[in-house]
Design a protein around this ligand. Structure first.
Ligand code: ITT
Length: 210
């Protein structure tokens, strides 16, 4: 079975991706290889960061690599926390602190529109590909629900009445930003001609959004 190593230290992402992506590939966590690297993330966009993380694994360990860079963009905060979602309340901040800062920043703000974005970068057979997904919604006044991770307790997707954290994993994985990006990756991986003769980035093949 073809192995693809997921360049993440976020176990929630790995679990969500594994549920969505084809079972015919072996998506391995870095810890299963005992790789404890702190991968640098210095880009100025989701795409740059996702590519940087996947490239790191590919360059260091010469494996097929997948990376997920994602975050929450809030309209009234000019797109923040965006690429800084994981460390919004400071370099060592956890999800609770990030969420508290977000609700604080949004106090008294009536425009609560937001969207989640995921960019997946794949290094496969020495070539790189990008797949993007996003979902619109709004930020609640207070957290609700226990499931999921990160900002899930305060995000209600458009057309729904529950936060991601109130939904089952199956429900979230059906509609989320990550599900949309991973669905495109799924189609790419399961289209066998792509895998044997990968599309050429420079010709705009695949789902390239650089
Ligand atoms: P890696 O870089 O190691 O993959 P990370 O958690 O630092 O892990 P990012 O830099 O991509 O990953 O930051 C993503 C952050 O955005 C994540 O920590 C959450 O706070 C938030 N986020 C992304 N997807 C989310 C989701 O589906 N639900 C809730 N929050 C999410």
């Amino acid at each position: 079975m073809t192995e693809i190593v997921v360049a993440t230290s976020n176990d929630h992402k790995l679990q969500e991706l594994r549920k969505i992506l084809p079972q015919s590939f072996n998506f391995k966590g870095m810890s299963e290889h005992n790789w404890m690297d702190e991968i640098p993330e210095t880009g100025s966009s989701f795409s740059e960061n996702a590519l940087q993380k996947a490239r790191y694994l590919f360059n260091k360990y010469h494996v097929n690599a997948l990376a997920d860079d994602s975050g929450l963009e809030v309209e009234a905060l000019n797109g923040k926390p965006g690429i800084f979602s994981a460390r919004y309340a400071g370099p060592a901040a956890d999800s609770i602190a990030n969420l508290a800062k977000l609700l604080d920043d949004m106090q008294g703000v009536s425009n609560r529109k937001a969207r989640f974005v995921t960019v997946l970068a794949l290094f496969f057979n020495g070539k790189e590909f990008l797949f993007e997904g996003s979902i619109e919604g709004h930020i609640t006044e207070a957290p609700s629900g226990q499931a999921g991770f990160g900002y899930d307790p305060v995000f209600i997707p458009k057309g729904y009445s529950q936060t991601f954290a109130q939904m089952s994993a199956t429900q979230k994985n059906h509609i989320s930003h990550r599900a949309i990006a991973a669905g495109k990756l799924f189609d790419f991986l399961t289209a066998s001609p792509h895998v044997s003769a990968s599309p050429d980035l420079s010709k705009g093949e695949g789902d390239i959004s650089l």
